[in-house]
Design a protein around this ligand. Structure first.
Ligand code: ASP
Length: 420
């Protein structure tokens, strides 16, 4: 896809979102009728997630070639994930303590016993156990990404160790990867219509909560958005500029369609095909780095979600008039980070994980009830930051000496370095 076509599609997506938001508000019936178009777009993205993850991870690992390189890459990747998630929660905690959005908010709320039940009893041990699937086909059928990643990493690593015999299998997965990437390019053409239909339908459905968004929960919404903006527009670009030596604006612009899709779908996993395509094709990040950092990041690196959990927990404490000690805020910092790692890259997963954070500091679980009203909106905002964080991570890890340096990226600053 040429840059010009890419720009046109991005403009189409933004126009679709704006028209969908206005249309959904004034013509809800019409947007309910065309909501199937959104489902088609979303399904098309979800359809390719499983083969994409398996093929790209296996290809990524086998092309690293050397198990030590894999170890180092994994080390950099986890260091990046943890640092950025920590920074993001820190910014959220500062904002929510400064702006105090929960003071004076009346306690109202919807019944969220369903969500609470889903989140209860989910421990870190469950996450670890869930890594190893009982049945890989079943994990794939449920689009359970972490076990798929685990399996693919192991498969790829062992594949490199069997020499000549493994070559046809490597070539097979390389070809699958290429085909899937081409499919992504086709799906992107339908993105403007998909965005129009999805945003239109969600606004039509959530019309009543727009009032909440603007009034009762306005200050809370503003706090979350400001904190997300600081992370997305200051912290991450600084890392991109100084560690990956990339021009943040160019890199950001190149990710446009993926970020718009993240906002539209509220799912990092459904956005993954686009994220990979744009990071590799347009931002020219080494595909081996991208195919390692991005699938993993879509489920475990969620800067926006982690920040959201911390802000929401403290907001709930403020609404209930509960003063939290510094020690309790540290517990929130840690549990919010863990909760974001455990949350799946699907809509509202982060809100379900709120149960984990609130329980850790004995805050009332019913608090989830009144942030639920606008979760449809904040979920989209935090997912966009999650995807942006993953994209920056790919550039940062891709800039380490384990990888060939970039080729011909328009936003590249440093000259290409020779291969190690
Ligand atoms: N929807 C988010 C994502 O897919 C997860 C969350 O609910 O925070 O990245």
């Amino acid at each position: 896809m040429t840059r010009k076509t890419g720009n046109l599609i991005l403009i189409g997506m933004i126009t679709g979102a704006v028209l969908g938001a206005i249309g959904g508000y004034y013509l809800p019936e019409f947007f309910f009728k065309i909501s199937f178009l959104g489902t088609v777009f979303l399904n098309a993205l979800k359809m390719i997630v499983v083969p994409l993850i398996v093929a790209s991870m296996i290809m990524g690992v086998t092309s690293l070639g050397d198990i030590r390189k894999l170890g180092k890459t994994a080390g950099y990747t986890f260091l990046f994930y943890l640092t950025t998630t920590g920074l993001s929660v820190f910014v959220g905690l500062i904002m929510v303590n400064l702006l105090r959005p929960g003071i004076g908010v009346e306690q109202l709320g919807t019944d969220v016993s369903d969500i609470v039940a889903k989140g209860q009893g989910k421990t870190l041990i469950d996450v670890v156990v869930g890594l190893i699937p009982e049945n890989i086909i079943d994990a794939a059928a449920r689009a359970d990404i972490l076990p798929l990643i685990f399996f693919s990493l192991l498969f790829g690593a062992i594949l490199t160790s069997i020499g000549e015999k493994g070559k046809p299998v490597v070539a097979f997965f390389e070809a699958i990867n290429l085909v899937i990437m081409k499919m992504v390019t086709i799906i992107i053409y339908f993105a403007p219509i998909g965005v129009l239909a999805i945003i239109g339908e969600i606004v039509a459905r959530e019309r009543d909560s727009v009032q909440d968004l603007l009034s009762r929960l306005g200050m809370y919404t503003l706090t979350v958005i400001l904190a997300l903006l600081v992370h997305a527009l200051i912290t991450l670009p600084l890392l991109l500029r100084f560690i990956a030596k990339r021009r943040p604006f160019g890199y950001f612009k190149n990710m446009g369609e993926a970020l718009a899709t993240a906002f539209t779908t509220a799912s990092s996993s459904a956005t993954l095909p686009l994220t990979m395509d744009l990071v590799e094709e347009r931002n020219k990040v080494d595909s081996r780095a991208a195919s390692f950092v991005l699938p993993l990041g879509a489920t475990i690196n969620m800067d926006g979600t982690a920040m959201y959990e911390a802000v929401a927990a403290i907001f709930i404490a403020q609404v209930y008039g509960i003063d939290l000690s510094i020690g309790q805020q540290v517990v929130i910092f840690l549990t919010a980070t863990l909760a974001s790692i455990g949350a799946a890259g699907i809509p509202h997963a982060g809100t379900v994980m709120m149960v984990f954070v609130l329980t850790a500091v004995d805050l009332p679980l019913e608090g989830i009830g009144f942030i639920w009203a606008i979760d449809w909106f904040l979920d989209r905002c935090r997912t966009t930051v999650n995807v942006w964080g993953d994209s920056v991570g790919a550039a940062v890890v891709g800039s380490t000496k384990e990888f060939t340096s970039y080729t011909a990226a328009s936003d590249k600053i440093e000259p290409s370095q020779p291969n190690e």
